[in-house]
Design a protein around this ligand. Structure first.
Ligand SMILES: *[C@@H]1O[C@H](CO)[C@@H](O)[C@H](O)[C@H]1NC(C)=O
Ligand SMILES: *[C@@H]1O[C@H](CO)[C@@H](O)[C@H](O)[C@H]1NC(C)=O
Ligand SMILES: *[C@@H]1O[C@H](CO)[C@@H](O)[C@H](O)[C@H]1NC(C)=O
Ligand SMILES: *[C@@H]1O[C@H](CO)[C@@H](O)[C@H](O)[C@H]1NC(C)=O
Ligand SMILES: *[C@@H]1O[C@H](CO)[C@@H](O)[C@H](O)[C@H]1NC(C)=O
Length: 383
């Protein structure tokens, strides 16, 4: 920079020098000499003042120009580089706007290894962290982690942990309320800031992985569809939650239901965080007993991009015990038979082919299940 600055100054001086030379013509008639001399002197005085002010201006401007040069690198990397830490000062409006930037040229002019963003929506601690760490180990180039917990929660992960400093700026999120969807959008937006993230998986603290990392990465990265539960359910807990005031943006035939634990690609993630067309309708007209986190994303995505959806979730859950909440599994439930059933019984359509495994993740597991899961993780899940 210093040398460039130097050559810049000397270029200016050279220009001034040239101007002075032009003011002293070669062949002068003798009679005009005194007058020309006078004019010349005046001219030189004016020029001198000019040069002096110019130089002065250059000298005073120089330090700030140098500083600017040092801060601004102008290669491609500086334009696409994500922030080195997850902390930023943007509020949701600013964050969603920034996260909605999308390149229009399809081919990346650099080597991009697409990653899966694992987004944990939690209240506080992550009791299954040890199992996830084992799952992630050795695949650092292929995943990123984002955690949204209650703002009051102070995470205590060691620098060696995959979860260390992966908590994003959060706000209170309540089940069935728009604040829950806001938290999910906040996770998506933060993950979108990193251009390497291509797939986005939403998980809770009660979720576990059911397969090893390479199997999950392969399954997600080779799928033509994104995985989000989206079905048209007649009856009070499905269509019964629809409010006519949501039309014409959302008609009853568009109304979908599904659990919120989704896996979506980058395009759909951007669609979700940029939406301000359906959002106000859901916020205003889908309040308990309409649980907005079970309807907003499935309905919105089914209207906009039905051809991109598998209409099923990758997260296994057991509703067979009845009631408003799915079953939670503790220590005593963790047996060979239990996982044999989950992993091998059901088959699903995958890329229009039948007989593929349905599930990559499962919920809900209580903290008491952890030790047994860790003891048997190789046998159960192959990691
Ligand atoms: C974003 O991705 C890059 C490249 O994979 C990684 O090195 C960096 O740590 C990530 N940044 C954040 C803030 O997650
Ligand atoms: C974020 O800040 C901008 C600029 O101050 C403001 O216009 C906007 O309403 C804020 N958004 C939220 C969600 O607070
Ligand atoms: C992951 O699991 C698959 C299927 O069980 C297996 O074929 C593969 O070798 C495993 N990969 C690793 C890295 O352990
Ligand atoms: C809902 O129905 C109205 C009237 O038939 C139509 O104009 C509108 O496009 C429909 N909305 C959607 C999302 O299909
Ligand atoms: C998912 O449902 C939509 C209708 O909402 C349909 O158009 C689409 O084909 C379905 N996806 C698959 C993979 O069947």
């Amino acid at each position: 920079m210093q040398t460039k600055m130097g050559s810049f100054i000397s270029l200016e001086e050279a220009q001034n020098q040239k101007t002075i030379n032009q003011f002293i013509p070669r062949n002068l008639p003798i009679k005009l000499l005194p007058m020309l001399l006078l004019l010349g002197v005046i001219g030189i005085v004016i020029l001198y003042i000019n040069i002096y002010t110019n130089q002065y201006a250059i000298v005073t401007k120089t330090p700030s120009k140098i500083q600017k040069c040092v801060q601004e690198t102008k290669n491609l990397e500086s334009w696409i580089k994500p922030p080195s830490s997850l902390f930023h000062d943007m509020n949701d409006t600013e964050l969603f706007w920034r996260a909605s930037f999308v390149p229009k040229v399809n081919k990346y002019p650099f080597k991009r290894t697409p990653k899966i963003a694992f987004m944990f929506l939690t209240r506080g601690p992550l009791p299954m962290a040890a199992l996830w760490e084992r799952f992630f180990k050795g695949n650092e180039k292929l995943y990123s982690i984002y955690v949204h917990s209650l703002p009051s929660y102070r995470p205590e992960f060691l620098p060696s942990s995959a979860f260390y400093r992966r908590h994003i700026l959060s706000q209170v999120a309540e089940w069935g309320m728009m604040s829950m969807c806001d938290a999910e959008r906040r996770l998506l937006a933060n993950a979108l800031l990193n251009i390497s993230n291509e797939w986005f998986v939403l998980l809770s603290e009660a979720c576990i992985p059911l397969r090893n990392f390479s199997t999950i990465y392969h399954y997600i990265s080779n799928s033509q569809f994104s995985f989000i539960g989206a079905f048209d359910e007649p009856g009070p807990n499905g269509r019964g939650r629809y409010n006519e005031k949501m039309s014409p943006e959302v008609n009853i035939t568009d109304w979908r239901k599904g659990s919120q634990w989704f896996e979506i690609n980058r395009k759909l993630a951007v669609d979700i965080i940029q939406d301000n067309f359906y959002y106000p309708k859901f916020k205003k007209f889908c309040k308990p007993d309409c649980y907005v986190n079970e309807h907003y994303f499935p309905t919105m995505l089914s209207i906009e991009s039905p051809h991109l959806l598998a209409n099923r979730s990758l997260t296994w859950v057991d509703w067979s015990r009845g009631g408003p909440h799915p079953a939670t599994f503790g220590k005593d439930d963790i047996t060979d038979d239990f996982f044999r059933e989950i992993l091998h019984e059901e088959t699903c359509v995958y890329n229009d082919q039948p007989n593929s495994p349905c599930f990559l993740f499962a919920r809900k597991f209580s903290p008491s299940a952890l030790d047994r899961l860790l003891e048997n993780s190789v046998k159960f899940f192959g990691f």
